[in-house]
Design a protein around this ligand. Structure first.
Ligand SMILES: C[S@@+](CC[C@H](N)C(=O)[O-])C[C@H]1O[C@@H](n2cnc3c(N)ncnc32)[C@H](O)[C@@H]1O
Length: 358
């Protein structure tokens, strides 16, 4: 009853503007793919191989937000008809979970736009859920829930309201299991800055075991969105920034403000901290020089780092492997990079030291 699915196309999704850099790394002559259908934030590529869709052979680059084996597109303006066609084609196949999500319509933060569940995607997801439960398909429960590593995921991607792509992939990473590769963050009403969204996504992606009471220092902490989230998690937070903090943060008894530039802070004062967060609007090498001088100081005992690295151009993303190598050389065993959905032209670097002496 189940049809084995194959495809010679892959897709990737990314932030608007990152497409060309990713294509240049994956397409001939550097990579095995040729360019196929492409829109801002959603690109399909063709290879010579007709691969089973549960194959793990999918590209993994820091600027790629979501990836999969592209199967087909369905065009029309009646969602009920498109859903019927898609289920007719794929309901009999061997998948576990269904995600429905929409291609980004803008860059993150542009006029309030944030990647993630759009009204349209929510509406179509509800329709899929109803259609599957009417057919007594237990997979109706899986629609837009987090898919576990190992699950076989079918995706319906609303590339345009009347052009839906269907793709499939085995869930290989935590972020593969988030609909569209976006960790759903609810912005609180009193959100101080977008940095709240960035750190709320960075923490689960980083897998750093941050606990209430942990001492965390943030370089570039003003006005305080990231500190807001860290304080909500019960951490003891110190913010370093010459600029003012929002008064709700400044007045929190678990917060301390060192009002200066990071270079002016004596290195030995970093001794009590377990985690370092850095979100200063400076060039990558300046961030890395600053953090290196702090974490390699003999009295420092950092277990984890969450660094926002600004990219002055998309081309600069090609330097990410060098950034990772440099951070590894400071003694961090696990060092990873990802452009988070809530990042702008920047990416998140996470590092964890796993040896017991730290
Ligand atoms: C993107 S904002 C930070 C947003 C902040 N993380 C939040 O949660 O709201 C960048 C900040 O970096 C600060 N900054 C730039 N260079 C710095 C340095 N050398 N030391 C400390 N802060 C710095 C700026 O003053 C600015 O407030």
């Amino acid at each position: 009853m189940s049809n084995p699915l194959h495809s010679s196309f892959i897709y990737f999704s990314c932030q608007h503007g990152a497409e060309a850099t990713i294509k240049s790394q994956l397409c001939e002559p550097e990579g095995p793919y040729r360019l196929s259908y492409s829109q801002k934030g959603f690109v399909t590529l063709k290879s010579d191989l007709n691969t089973p869709v549960w194959s793990k052979a999918l590209p993994d680059l820091p600027l790629i937000r979501s990836r999969g084996h592209a199967l087909a597109h369905f065009d029309g303006d009646q969602s009920a008809e498109l859903i019927q066609q898609i289920l007719l084609e794929y309901q009999g196949s061997d998948w576990d979970c269904l995600h429905v999500w929409q291609r980004d319509v803008a860059t993150p933060g542009w006029h309030g736009f944030e990647p993630g569940r759009s009204t349209l995607a929510e509406m179509v997801a509800d329709q899929f859920q109803k259609a599957l439960s009417e057919r007594n398909d237990p997979r109706s429960q899986s629609v837009n829930t987090i898919a576990p590593v190992g699950a076989k995921l079918l995706e319906v991607i609303l590339v345009d309201p009347n052009r839906w792509w269907v793709a499939a992939k085995p869930v290989q990473t935590q972020a593969d299991g988030w609909p569209g590769g976006v960790y759903a963050v609810a912005a609180p009403e009193n959100m101080i800055s977008r940095a709240y969204l960035k750190i709320s996504e960075a923490i689960p992606w980083s897998k750093l075991p941050i606990r209430p009471g942990d001492r965390i220092v943030e370089i570039g902490s003003s006005p305080g969105g990231a500190c807001q989230r860290l304080l909500d998690l019960g951490a003891q937070v110190t913010g370093i920034d010459p600029a003012e903090m929002d008064e709700s943060i400044a007045g929190n008894p678990r917060f301390e403000h060192w009002r200066s530039k990071s270079l002016q802070v004596k290195r030995k004062l970093f001794r009590p901290f377990r985690y370092l967060v850095c979100d200063a609007n400076v060039a990558p090498n300046y961030t890395l020089d600053t953090v290196e001088s702090i974490v390699t100081y003999p009295t420092s005992k950092f277990r984890g780092l969450i660094l926002t690295i600004k990219l002055s151009s998309w081309e600069q993303a090609k330097e990410i492997p060098h950034h990772l190598e440099r951070v590894r050389s400071w003694g961090f065993e696990r060092v990873e990079a990802r452009q988070l959905a809530h990042n702008r032209r920047e990416y998140c670097l996470v590092a964890e030291r796993t040896d017991k002496d730290h």
